[in-house]
Each structure stands twice: as structure tokens, then as C-alpha cells.
Ligand binder design. Structure first.
Ligand SMILES: [Zn+2]
Length: 56
């Protein structure tokens, strides 16, 4: 099972969410579920799909 680190809280997770927020500036970042929920509260949040380590 593969894992990635959350770009916000550095927590290792097997499921991350590809998002874009103005705070991060350019490009997409991968965040864990709890950070994704926080990011959703922002108006300019964009969702770009889910990454799941166990499918690889
Ligand atoms: Zn996180």
C-alpha cells in the first residue's frame, strides 16, 4: 500500500485529495481528508480528484 504526505499537515495517508487553493498559489497539491474539508470552506477551492494508494 502506497502513502503520500499531506501538503498541509504532513500526515501520511493512503487517500488524499487533489485540490487547488489560492493560499498554495500555483498548481495542485495533495491533502488529507481533514485538510480537504477545511479547504472546502474557502470560496476559491477547486477539487481535482482523489488519489488512493491501495489501488496501485
Ligand atoms: Zn492534512
Amino acid at each position: 500500500m502506497k502513502t503520500k504526505l499531506c501538503a498541509h499537515c504532513q500526515t501520511e495517508a493512503t487517500t488524499l485529495y487533489r485540490i487547488q487553493t489560492p493560499a498554495e498559489g500555483k498548481g495542485w497539491i495533495f491533502v488529507c481528508e481533514s485538510c480537504c474539508i477545511k479547504a472546502k470552506a474557502r470560496p476559491s477551492y477547486r477539487y481535482g480528484g482523489t488519489w488512493q494508494g491501495y489501488r496501485h
